[in-house]
Design a binder for this molecule. Structure first.
Ligand code: MG
Length: 396
């Protein structure tokens, strides 16, 4: 274990305005805040393990649960932090395994840190063997005041922003250097590069090219969540859209009711099935389930289950939409074709659209239904049954 990360998780989060209990464990982009930093370090393949500096044992249990949920494959050690930030860093340094040569110190309040940025820090550290850290250029005009300009008008002066940088984390160090810096530190510091500066040593910056903001105020939450969601999508090369396809066929029989698209159609033949045999609704349900990677409707409504005999297929469609929602997807639109030699379907298409629109909770304009015959070809052409095909588009 030559490279280890110390994650600072014990901060009080007082500036979050009492909105939340523990900033470290706020659910953001689908997982607790701390999990995002752990995953970014794991993906960067830059460290052999973690020391997490916690506030107390209660927090430790919750963090352990979060660590287990992401299936982290790297070892995690825990230690309790101190009153000042530097006390917490010292506690983390004390727990490093003896073979640690390089240390990354990261504030978990920066959950959007990317694996790419962490790798860039590692490269700089290995090439220069000095204190290094992520930072971005100052873009805003900076003005310094001697007196509080919120209370009354005060004289200010502009700082030269071309020489100013915003510090981020992680910051990374040769182990002996950061240990020496913290052992000798007399002042309170807000980052670890300041401890190096107090030793009179130079520091090397790595320009942070991807957004890595610090969660400080409640207003930061939606911004950071949007960054995390966007990077999750680009990391996995996953489109926000998915398409699914469904096909179904049922036999026609004299004396059975004929339900298509949730509409009872007067006819002397109807479809045979365990449910109401609504072949169109079944094809649509399979298209929706297929789009989100779920098994087909037989999995949810097996034809061996006597309790669902004759079930209204609109319930099946509702379930498909629910399953999609459970996987984080909503239905955008469907298109479908019915292949029926008899009866004539066209007069009922509008009523089917209205019914499916209510069931699927999408506008009628998002539902396509076409009806065609099979040109008297084959079994479908002989009116032995009715078939349906459907596609569904869903979005995250
Ligand atoms: Mg079916």
């Amino acid at each position: 274990m030559t490279h280890m990360a110390i994650l600072l998780a014990g901060g009080s989060g007082t500036r979050m305005g009492g909105m939340v209990g523990d900033k470290t464990l706020i659910e953001i982009a689908g997982r607790p805040l701390i999990s995002h930093s752990l995953l970014a370090f794991a993906e960067s393949k830059s460290v052999a393990g973690f020391v997490i500096v916690i506030r107390d044992n209660e927090q430790r249990k919750l963090i352990q649960k979060a660590v287990a949920q992401i299936g982290l494959q790297l070892p995690v050690l825990y230690t309790t932090g101190g009153k000042e930030r530097s006390d917490s860093v010292r506690a983390g340094l004390d727990l490093l395994p003896s073979d640690t040569r390089f240390v990354y110190i990261h504030d978990v309040a920066r959950p959007a840190v990317s694996a790419q940025s962490i790798r860039a820090v590692r490269k700089a550290l290995e090439n220069h063997l000095c204190a290094t850290g992520l930072a971005h250029r100052c873009q805003d005009t900076l003005r310094e005041f001697a007196d509080n300009p919120l209370e009354s008008a005060a004289s200010g002066r502009c700082l030269d922003r071309s020489k100013l940088w915003h510090m981020e984390t992680p910051q990374a160090f040769p182990r002996d250097l950061i240990e020496m810096a913290h052992a000798n530190l007399k002042l309170a510091v807000t980052d670890d590069l300041a401890a190096i500066e107090a030793l009179g040593k130079p520091i090397l910056l790595v320009e942070s090219l991807l957004p890595n903001p610090k969660l400080t105020r409640p207003a930061d939450l939606p911004i950071i969540e949007a960054i995390l969601n966007k990077s999750a999508m680009s990391n996995t090369h996953e489109s926000p859209f998915r398409i699914g396809f469904g096909y179904d066929i049922h036999r026609l029989q004299k004396g059975r009711p004929l339900t298509l698209g949730g509409v009872l159609i007067p006819a002397d033949v109807g479809l045979v099935g365990h449910s109401d045999a609504d072949v169109l609704s079944h094809a649509i349900a399979d298209a929706i389930l297929g789009a989100v990677g779920c098994p087909d409707i037989g999995h949810y409504f097996p034809n061996t289950d006597a309790s669902i005999a004759g079930i209204n297929s609109q319930r099946i469609l509702e379930r498909a939409v629910q399953e999609a929602a459970g996987h984080g997807f909503k239905l955008i639109n469907i298109d479908s074709s019915l292949i029926a030699e008899t009866p004539r379907i066209a007069p009922y298409l509008q009523q089917m659209k209205a019914t499916l629109s209510r069931t699927l909770q999408v506008p009628e304009s998002a539902i396509g239904i076409k009806a065609t015959t099979n040109e008297r070809i084959g079994a479908l052409g002989n009116a032995a049954g009715i078939a349906a095909q459907a596609v569904a588009l869903v979005s995250r």
